[in-house]
Ligand binder design. Structure first.
Ligand SMILES: [Mg+2]
Length: 138
């Protein structure tokens, strides 16, 4: 897959990398969401946004077509670790990529143990995120 995307995350030759794939972005901060939205839409993904972990769980309960979740860890109401545990009980097959700006050593293991399939630190680099997503949905 790497050969079809450029380092800024956009597909080569203007092709969409994964048309029709729906990604749920659980992110409480508006500016972070806008940034992620821009780069995922450029690659051709459909997007849903949850503002906190509880909303993410609710989306998974009521939308049967979510292909992958990008999960911020630090969120109000319900954090990303708790939300991941709940979602994996409901739909263990949906890949979850955890993300946070404030990881300390050992956090990655906590996220993976909660059920996250992968982890990407913030600031998120476009090419790295798209490659990681493609690895989990292909
Ligand atoms: Mg946050």
């Amino acid at each position: 897959m790497a050969e079809i995307i450029q380092t800024d995350g956009t597909p080569k030759e203007g092709k969409l990398v994964a048309p029709g794939y729906k990604i749920l972005v659980a992110e409480d901060e508006e500016s972070n969401f806008r940034y992620i939205e821009k780069l995922l839409k450029k690659a051709g993904f459909e997007l849903l946004r949850a503002n906190n972990g509880l909303e993410a769980v609710e989306y998974v309960e009521f939308d049967g077509n979510i292909n992958l979740i990008l999960m911020d860890i630090k969120m109000p109401v319900m954090n990303g670790v708790e939300a991941t545990r709940e979602i994996k009980k409901l739909k263990p097959e949906i890949p979850i990529i955890a993300t946070t700006a404030f990881a300390i050593p050992g956090d990655r293991e906590v996220f993976l143990k909660a059920g996250c399939d992968d982890y990407i630190p913030k600031p998120i680099r476009a090419g790295e995120l798209i490659e990681m997503i493609l690895k989990h949905i292909s």
